[in-house]
Design a protein. Structure first.
Length: 277
């Protein structure tokens, strides 16, 4: 006999959980209001770690914080523009769940008028990523994923793509500046891929691998707010990723991570073998 009261309770709980469609709408509205009017018109400042920050970073983080807390007050929020102490405290005690927000990934591009930047929002519960959204305002593209539910682009499942015939035909997304010098030299002098790009937004790089626009990915050091949503989206698209040491990229502790990734299993294994070789 079905326990209808129990079933209704489970449904009610699930209905309260954030869904990717709703989160995409929130992020999109925030980006349209806070980012697009400021694109290429804001002054930039340099933070202590050498990265760039603008008025737009703070404006959209403030807006997203208010929107997310209003709808889901049970979840805390950690944003890139918080202090290191605040971030560490939230990661150590995430409570019922923790929003991980990069309000403007690709700030240097944004300030310079280069249309390759994004807003990245992920939800971590019980130490696992369960929801991720990356929104590209320049192309009006919202990539999203719910754990176990596949990856989507503007609400539609990401279409299957054909993998290159070999690693030698692959297009690579690689950020050279955070890689070991010896590896950079090896990549320059004996690259195993067809061509290489570095556009300046880690979150979008993950999504473009998931969509088959890049075939392989390599990054030497990225923070949890850079990769959380994009990593989940690639995973739900069927892609693979690991750190240089062969460990999972995602870490709930939040320490910076290296990453190599690909959408196709065979290409991933060849890419990893070459890097470790």
């Amino acid at each position: 006999m079905v326990n209808w009261r129990f079933t209704e309770a489970v449904v009610a709980i699930r209905m309260k959980l954030p869904r990717s469609q709703e989160l995409c709408a929130i992020v999109k509205q925030a980006a349209i209001a806070e980012l697009l009017p400021r694109f290429a018109t804001v002054d930039r400042k340099t933070k202590q770690d050498g990265s760039i920050v603008t008025e737009a970073d703070h404006a959209i983080q403030t807006r997203l914080t208010g929107e997310l807390r209003q709808r889901w007050p049970e979840y805390a929020l950690m944003g890139e523009e918080m202090s290191s102490a605040e971030q560490a405290g939230l990661l150590a005690n995430p409570g019922a769940g923790l929003w991980i927000v990069d309000p403007l990934d690709g700030t240097s591009n944004f300030a310079a008028g280069i249309p390759y930047y994004a807003v990245s929002v992920a939800l971590m519960r019980a130490g696992e990523l369960v929801l991720g959204v990356v929104y590209d305002p320049a192309r009006d593209e919202c990539f999203s994923a719910e754990v176990g539910g596949g990856a989507r682009l503007n609400g539609e499942p990401l279409a299957p793509v054909s993998a290159p015939a070999s690693l030698q035909r692959a297009i690579a997304a690689i950020d050279f500046k955070r890689l070991p010098t010896e590896l950079v030299i090896r990549l320059v002098h004996s690259s195993p891929y067809h061509s290489q790009r570095s556009f300046g937004s880690i979150a979008l790089d993950w999504c473009w691998v998931a969509a088959g626009r890049f075939d392989i990915f390599l990054h030497g050091k990225q923070n949890i707010w850079d990769y959380a949503a994009g990593h989940l989206i690639l995973s739900e698209a069927g892609g693979q990723a690991c750190s240089f040491g062969g460990n999972p990229v995602f870490s709930a502790r939040g320490e910076p991570r290296s990453a190599l990734a690909a959408l196709d299993d065979n290409i991933f294994e060849h890419w990893r073998a070459w890097l470790l070789g």
